[in-house]
Design a protein around this ligand. Sequence first.
Ligand SMILES: Nc1ncnc2c1ncn2[C@@H]1O[C@H](COP(=O)(O)OP(=O)(O)OP(=O)(O)O)[C@@H](O)[C@H]1O
Ligand SMILES: [Mg+2]
Length: 233
Amino acid sequence: MANKTREEWKVYKNVFDNATLLNLHKLSSQGHFDELKSPVAMGKEANVFTAVKKTKKIIVKIYRVENCNFRRMYSYIFPDPRFAGLKMRRRLVIFSWVKREYRNLLKAREVIRVPTPIAVKDNVLLMEFIGREEPALLLKDSPPKNPKKFSKKTLDNVKKLYKAGLVHADLSEFNILNFEEEPVFIDFSQATTVEHPNAQEFLRRDIRNLVKCFNKQGLNLDEKDVYERLIKE
Ligand SMILES: Nc1ncnc2c1ncn2[C@@H]1O[C@H](COP(=O)(O)OP(=O)(O)OP(=O)(O)O)[C@@H](O)[C@H]1O
Ligand SMILES: [Mg+2]
């Protein structure tokens, strides 16, 4: 199937603003995908779609610029040395936020299983599709067959990320896919480097959410214990 022309993208004109349409058209004409397929999730700030390139699926995450809380985003980005000197202007902050998600995914990918990022253009991020026919389910909707094994892999991932200098900072059963009993972490936009002044607090919160989730599944993990073991060499 050929890429859509700019005119053809107009079928989406009631769904996306013009700038977003242009970004989608650009990414598609660069050969990243042929067309959008189905919506996967409509979040507070971003919509997630599948798209296809021939028969291969990818994920398209589109931030709705008007709905984004850019002041909250700024508070996360501000201490990030990778974005030093960023001005607090809506579009600038949001586009940096999306770029940061792309870079965080690239970095995380070196040590754990995450969707490989493919490209980014302003408010649009393309990444690997995790799933088979359908997208993999979130951990909250797909309890692991063996919670002990799954929790170990999950906490191992948190440790590997931390050792690589990253804290996810929004980790819970809502941002982990259970893909054939392997945890795949997603949604890395708010992930921070360990130099961030609140990194330890974010790490503790991530661990608290995970411990809560796994204890609901019958385990008996202790938050403090897990944290201390995790930050130890
Ligand atoms: N790479 C992927 N493969 C399969 N499904 C995905 C992928 N990325 C996201 N999803 C699905 O889309 C949903 C929303 O994605 P994500 O968590 O990144 O966005 P969000 O929570 O809306 O974003 P934000 O928290 O930044 O507003 C996920 O819960 C998951 O079901
Ligand atoms: Mg999410």
